[in-house]
Design a protein around this ligand. Structure first.
Ligand SMILES: [Zn+2]
Length: 112
């Protein structure tokens, strides 16, 4: 992808594509994915069993409550990772379509 020239400096040497959407997408996607997976785990039998399976493993060297929490955290992290990947991909698409650039020399922001 060809970089546009800075309207102030007239050069493309310091131009970078601003990836705000990708960063926001990763964060939002991560939270949404984690919450979705957590809720799904609570509501579904599969999630419950997975949580109990992990909790049994953990409680073999700690107590059951900590084990269940650890199990849920594990499911949350798994969901958050999936959500973050999807969110990052969506954000990247937004970034590329809107093409907001920044000049690192003069700080000018402009659309390419
Ligand atoms: Zn500039």
């Amino acid at each position: 992808m060809e970089k546009p020239k800075c309207p102030k400096c007239g050069t493309d040497e310091f131009i970078v594509l601003i990836k705000t959407g990708e960063q926001i997408g990763t964060t939002v996607g991560g939270i949404a994915g984690g919450v979705t997976a957590g809720v799904a785990a609570v509501e579904s039998k599969v999630g419950e069993e997975a949580s109990e399976l992990i909790s049994e493993f953990v409680s073999s060297f700690s107590n059951e409550t900590i084990g269940k929490v650890t199990g849920m955290v594990g499911i949350f992290i798994a969901g958050a990772t999936t959500g973050a990947i999807a969110g990052k991909q969506l954000g990247k698409t937004i970034d590329e379509s809107r093409s907001l650039y920044k000049c690192n020399k003069c700080g000018e922001k402009f659309y390419g």
